[in-house]
Design a protein around this ligand. Structure first.
Ligand code: HEM
Length: 183
């Protein structure tokens, strides 16, 4: 008789690697938003130091993409908690679309940033060059800035939902993204 695969036991929390990556990505994405808006975009394009500052922004942005890819792969191969009770009615129905929206918007940020980085790569290849004066007008750059605003709003929505859950909802939902016993 062929051996039967053991039935998967339900878990209460996400895999620790997913939990760690969730919080690391949250930190990196918020730092990228703040750094991009308050530091990078405020430096004049003629400032030679902007090349290095922008390079750090671009490298961290690509790191976000790499970590998201790793997280996605780990998610495919690990057990995670099932749908929550409130997921079928009221505001709970927004949970899945908001999570998918977050993934999509971050991917749009990375791809529009990458396209802009490609268009300005000449400045990095030519010694003594500065960034092109028309950088703020590049369509991918304009798209990157508007997508940053959308990302900011989706993150606010995500945090507001978590705070509401913490105050008046089912506290076990937040514990799903914490460390501790999974069963
Ligand atoms: C999660 C990922 C990322 C976030 C949250 C983010 C965020 C931002 C923000 C908020 C700005 C300023 C927009 C404004 O002026 O209002 C910006 C600018 C920019 N970002 Fe990103 N970014 C990300 C990834 C990337 C990547 C991967 C690249 C390139 C490989 C990149 C390249 C750029 C460039 C070239 C600018 C324009 C700088 C300027 O015109 O002064 N970004 N980013």
């Amino acid at each position: 008789m062929p051996a039967q695969a053991p039935a998967k036991l339900p878990v209460r929390r996400y895999h620790p690697v997913l939990v760690a990556l969730h919080w690391l990505l949250a930190f990196l994405i918020i730092a990228q938003l703040a750094g991009g808006y308050f530091v990078v975009s405020r430096m004049p394009n003629t400032d030679p130091a902007k090349l290095d500052t922008l390079k750090i922004h671009m490298m961290l942005g690509m790191l976000v993409f790499l970590l998201m890819l790793i997280r996605f792969i780990v998610r495919l191969f690990t057990a995670h908690p099932g749908p929550t009770e409130d997921q079928t009615h009221g505001l709970g129905r927004l949970r899945t679309p908001v999570h998918l929206g977050l993934y999509l918007v971050v991917l749009l940020m990375v791809s529009s940033g990458w396209a802009t980085g490609y268009l300005i790569s000449e400045a990095y290849a030519t010694p003594g060059a500065t960034l092109p004066a028309d950088l703020p007008m590049l369509p991918s750059r304009v798209f990157h800035a508007w997508t940053a605003l959308v990302l900011f709003l989706v993150i606010v929505l995500h945090i507001a939902a978590a705070v509401k859950e913490r105050i008046s909802g089912d506290k076990s939902i937040l514990a799903r993204m914490g460390l501790g016993a999974r069963r």
